[in-house]
Design a protein around this ligand. Structure first.
Ligand SMILES: [Zn+2]
Length: 97
């Protein structure tokens, strides 16, 4: 089966899987609408329960643009990695070389 066929089959599964455009990958979908947050350090993906589609549709409508699909993916650093980075920074400051 060619990759395009696999992607089309995954798309047909609909709400059970969610395409992650940023990673060109699929993840299990918990059914939570809204955006997803992707950690650029550890790769963790979490759902952000926010009704972003409605707001974007409204803004697009005001601009005369008809949206067909909203992709809301936020790339950043998760709380755990931020905490780890902060402790590494603290250790570096406490042990001057
Ligand atoms: Zn992380």
């Amino acid at each position: 089966m060619a990759p395009n066929q696999i992607y089309r089959a995954l798309d047909r599964l609909g709400p059970r899987v969610r395409r992650v455009e940023t990673l060109n990958a699929y993840m299990e979908d918990a059914g939570t609408p809204g955006a997803i947050m992707l950690c650029r350090i550890c790769g963790r993906i979490d759902a952000l329960d926010v009704q972003i589609d409605t707001a974007i549709d409204r803004l697009c409508g005001a601009a005369g643009f008809q949206s067909a699909r909203v992709i809301a993916e936020i790339v950043g650093i998760c709380a755990r990695c931020r905490s780890t980075e902060a402790s590494i920074d603290r250790e570096a400051r406490e042990q001057p070389q």
